[in-house]
Design a protein around this ligand. Structure first.
Ligand code: HEM
Ligand code: HEM
Length: 118
């Protein structure tokens, strides 16, 4: 929810003071909203409901913790990089964020196990 509030504030500031924010502020807004708000909501809800829908235990709580930590490290670093014009920071944040998605993907696929029989 914090990402939604920050992303919304960035959008409002963009509307209110055109020209004040750097050009990549919209990219930061888009990712705060889409990854921070929508993505984190999906991470949380998916890891909660998928074991219940499938009747199988979550593959790994440690992997879930890792995706949460990596995403909440990677997204702020990437967004700060874009806002302050540091492409090195944006790149580092992007790699950490991708690692979060990788950990999430392994956890989801390992929990749902589409290849397994009931
Ligand atoms: C408080 C709510 C929001 C405000 C005030 C807001 C404001 C804005 C503004 C002013 C733009 C730029 C439009 C333009 O001139 O091109 C924009 C673009 C965008 N917004 Fe929002 N927005 C809000 C919520 C959201 C949400 C909830 C999402 C997604 C879940 C979202 C995703 C995007 C995306 C993907 C773009 C395009 C970015 C780009 O062109 O680089 N926004 N928003
Ligand atoms: C590992 C995670 C991610 C990384 C490293 C990343 C990186 C980027 C980069 C570098 C761009 C700019 C591309 C260009 O030069 O035009 C971009 C654009 C965009 N991304 Fe992502 N992204 C990630 C995840 C996501 C996710 C999960 C969503 C949606 C749910 C998303 C939505 C968008 C949108 C809508 C744009 C175009 C808007 C804009 O450029 O401002 N991204 N992303």
């Amino acid at each position: 929810m914090l990402y939604a509030l920050l992303g919304g504030l960035l959008g409002v500031a963009w509307l209110g003071w055109p020209g004040l924010l750097p050009g990549l502020a919209l990219r930061a807004h888009a990712h705060l909203m889409l990854v921070g708000f929508v993505g984190m909501m999906i991470f949380g809800i998916a890891l909660h409901v998928l074991p219940r829908f499938t009747g199988r235990a979550l593959l790994s709580e440690r992997l879930a913790d890792a995706s949460f930590a990596l995403a909440n490290l990677g997204l702020p670093v990437m967004v700060i990089g874009w806002l302050f014009g540091s492409m090195e920071a944006a790149r580092l944040g992007g790699v950490l964020l991708w690692a979060a998605f990788l950990a999430f993907a392994v956890n989801v696929i390992g929990t749902v196990r589409p290849w397994a029989r009931r």
